[in-house]
Design a protein around this ligand. Structure first.
Ligand code: HEM
Ligand SMILES: CC(C)=CCC/C(C)=C/CC/C(C)=C/COP(=O)(O)OP(=O)(O)O
Length: 299
């Protein structure tokens, strides 16, 4: 909970509210949701499809705002997050709470009324998972926080698919598994190079608690089931050869970068730290695979 006095009200502008929604992370969340929807075997009415994606964006933004409402004290302790609206004192905690709760309710109700109840239910679960399971319950308690809590960010492809079809199926479940298993290498690669920030804030992220060697090994280990989930739709006949080729090549590169992170430390002549390269590539990787899935479906 924040130690920032909630009685101090500082007028915030729209940029601060936008920052509360973590818009950069949201781009990939929304993209995976959109691709989950477009990969479904049925056409979607454009207005309903647009509404569903808007609801995913608003729901994810609400979850980001509630995350920042709850952990303004932690954000104030880390260089990467200290300039956010709450720790920087540009917004009251009440404003962030009202904004987050209002947006969450609006996104879920709109999804339920305009799209369908299955998509609204999964959206609700993902918001609650990020806010309650990850932020409130696990983040400050265990280095497994992102393994379990990371499921929140894996729901959007399921939501997109459910928005189109009203149900879930094996392909969106594999997409969920892909993002779920991708999250530990994605985050632990970053945590390796911002380790001191987390240590200063007392957050038990894996490199802080178990050390670099274990973290590197875990990145390598999670990459194996992630690779299987990534490629599986092709041999299972759920995606065609465009996806198959992009997924195989993209995953081979991911595995190569992960293996370098797992097997050796930074060398003096490295242009970029291997963990930094893996983190950056992890983002491009998901964009590529989800994009290929849609091209494959519509080609
Ligand atoms: C619990 C799981 C996750 C954790 C702890 C995590 C953590 C982070 C952190 C700390 C950053 C650094 C950038 C920042 O300041 O925000 C980041 C960047 C990013 N993450 Fe994750 N992430 C997680 C899951 C996801 C998921 C599921 C997605 C999307 C599917 C995602 C997409 C991104 C993107 C696109 C960036 C780059 C943002 C930028 O350009 O600054 N992350 N992540
Ligand atoms: C549809 C829906 C509700 C999706 C929400 C899921 C979502 C936004 C997942 C991304 C997870 C994420 C940004 C973690 C950041 O961790 P952190 O909060 O520990 O990062 P920080 O240190 O930057 O605050």
């Amino acid at each position: 909970m924040s130690s920032i006095p909630s009685s101090v009200f500082v007028p915030a502008d729209w940029r601060d509210f936008l920052a509360l929604t973590k818009p950069r992370v949201m781009t990939l969340v929304v993209f995976t949701g959109l691709c989950g929807m477009l990969a479904a075997p049925v056409g979607v009415d454009p207005v309903i499809g647009f509404t569903a994606i808007l609801c995913i964006a608003l729901g994810a933004g609400a979850a980001g705002a509630l995350n920042q409402w709850y952990e303004a004290d932690l954000d104030a302790l880390m260089r990467r997050t200290a300039k956010r609206p709450l720790p920087a004192g540009r917004m009251s905690r009440e404003s962030a709470l009202h904004f987050g709760v209002g947006l969450a309710c609006f996104s879920v109700i709109l999804m339920g009324l305009a799209v369908n109840y299955v998509a609204a239910a999964i959206l609700t679960v993902s918001i609650l998972f990020y806010v309650l399971v990850y932020t409130v319950w696990l983040k400050r308690r265990t280095p497994q926080n992102i393994v379990i809590g990371g499921a929140a960010g894996a729901f959007p492809p399921l939501i997109g698919w459910a928005a189109a079809t009203g149900e879930i199926a094996l392909l969106p479940f594999l997409l969920f598994s892909l993002v779920f298993l991708w999250t530990p290498p994605h985050f632990w690669a970053l945590a390796l190079f911002v380790k001191t920030d987390y240590a200063n804030a007392g957050v038990p992220m894996l490199p802080v608690v178990a050390g670099e060697r274990v973290t590197r090994a875990q990145i390598g280990l999670y990459t194996i089931p992630m690779a299987i989930a990534a490629v599986a739709p092709w041999p299972l006949g759920l995606a065609g050869s465009i996806y198959g080729i992009v997924a195989t090549a993209g995953t081979a590169l991911f595995a190569a970068y992960a293996a370098i992170v797992a097997l050796r430390h930074t060398q003096p002549d490295d242009a970029m730290k291997p963990e930094k390269r893996l983190f950056k590539y992890s983002i491009l990787y998901l964009f590529l695979l989800f994009g290929a899935l849609v091209v494959d479906r519509w080609a």
